[in-house]
Structure formats: structure tokens, C-alpha cells
Design a protein around this ligand. Sequence first.
Ligand code: HBI
Ligand code: FE
Length: 291
Amino acid sequence: MAVAPVTYGSSTRPPRGDYSEARDDYTCEQHWERYTPEEHTMYARLFERQIKRAPGQACEEFIAAVGELGTADHIPRFESISDSLHRATGWQVVAVPGLIPEHSFFSLLAHRRFPVTVWLRSPAEFDYIVEPDVFHDLYGHVPLLFNPVFADYMQAFGRGGLKAQGLQALEYLARLYWYTVEFGLIATNRGLRVYGAGVLSSVGETHYALSSPGPLRLAFDLKRVLRTPYKIDDYQLAYFVVESFSQLFDATAPDFSPLYAEIADQPVLPVDSTLHGERTYPPNAGKVVVA
Ligand code: HBI
Ligand code: FE
């Protein structure tokens, strides 16, 4: 059944992708046979560029699992990744035409089905793309779904998203997704590492997020994250740092309803300056500096 495309966040850009063959739940067929040799070559070049930078930048959990995406010389068939992923954590990869409405997105996550966009960016977007494409979703998101704690977090996020919709709290959940799943950093005893898909899949932002003196690197605090806005079409002004995936899972396990009620009429918090006493991390370091 043909479904209407959606726009992403506040962007006014028309959505990309062919939604005419999408099912009611917005999933579709990958149509692997439709990829051109040029697309396979570009995917391979994107993968090669990122994977050689991963040591020392991507978190260990990502590096341990990225090989599950299979040989990087072509765009993988989603069902082959799904087989090994399902064995590892019960997740599956499902094909979608592009961005899908929040409810469908959260429902898929709640059922351990991760939506992967079928189309690949244009050559002109080799260095930066705003919307998620097949490289962003496969390389950025799928490896960490092989990690049991992160896999549980992603399903809990989906369930929380469905609840948030009923509570008009979607914007808060979108911020949590943005500052963890998309742009999250993790502190290790060898320095900061990336786990967020939006950073992992971007050569420029990985260096910027870890090493630039520009952005803030704030210690993860749930309330702070829920009240801090973000930009969808530029590098971030602030990144949030967790000490472990368990910290992330534990912090977000409780029911958020009382929290939503508490912050409902509170103003957003600054994204370009620290709050009094807020812990920050210097570039390329694992130690904590008190503001
Ligand atoms: N759809 N395919 C796709 N991928 C996403 O990452 C995505 C989405 N729809 C909504 C959405 N993300 C954001 O609103 C999340 O914050 C929920
Ligand atoms: Fe993403």
C-alpha cells in the first residue's frame, strides 16, 4: 500500500526515497539487485575510509562487531546480516524507503527490528549527508546491535518512544536518541571513544567530536539531555559522554512519566555553555574536569 513520505524533525527538506512500495508498517524490500556497480563501489569506499580510522576512535564494542557486516566491497544483503544479528541478540534488519514516522520507527525498535534505509547517498554527499542512508544505518547503527546491553537499550528506547507519544513527550525522547544513539561518546581508560552512529559514519565529525576544542563534552545526565536541543544539519555544539552502556541502560530503565511532568514547563538548557558544576571532558581524554 502506498504511504505518504515523512519529513524528518524540523527540516523542511522533502524526504528522499520511494515510499510507493512500502507496507503499512513502512517496511519494504531491499531490492539488492537494483544497486548499480557504482553504488557498490561508493559503499566500499565509504566503508574503507571509516574502518581504517576506527581504531582509537570507535568504541571497542563497535570494533568487535563491525566485521559482522560482511565483506565491505559491496552493499550487503540485509537478510544475511539479519541471520547473524538474530542469533546474537534477537534483532533483525528490515528495509525501509527512508525516514519513517516516529510511531512506526518506535514500533519497529520495540520489536527488535532495526529499519535500514535502502538508498545510498549521491557522490556529491560522499563527505556529509543530513538524512540517514544505507551506509549511515548499516555502518553506524547495526554493529552495536550485536552488543547485548546496547541491544536491550535500543528495544527499551522503542518501548519508551511508544509511551512518550501518548504523553506528548516525543521531543524529549528525540533528544535522548540524538545525544546517545546518534551522537554519543563513551569514556574509556584510553580516552574518549565514539558509539553514536551519526559520528561513527562521518569522517569529519568523528575527528571533531573527539579532538576539536570547539564542542562541549558533557557528562551524561538524563534530565540535562532531555532539556538540551540539538541541530540536525551541522556538527553538534555539545556531545554527551557515558561511562558505560550499562550506565545508559540503567539511567533510562525507569518510567519517564514523572520526569516528563517535572520538566514539562522548564526552559531548554544551553547547548553552548555549561551549567554551574557541570562535569565536562576535555578533547581526547578520559578524565573528568569539573566546570
Ligand atoms: N526513520 N528510518 C528512520 N530512521 C531514523 O533514524 C528515524 C526515523 N524516524 C524518526 C526518527 N528517526 C527520529 O524522530 C528519532 O528521534 C525517533
Ligand atoms: Fe541514525
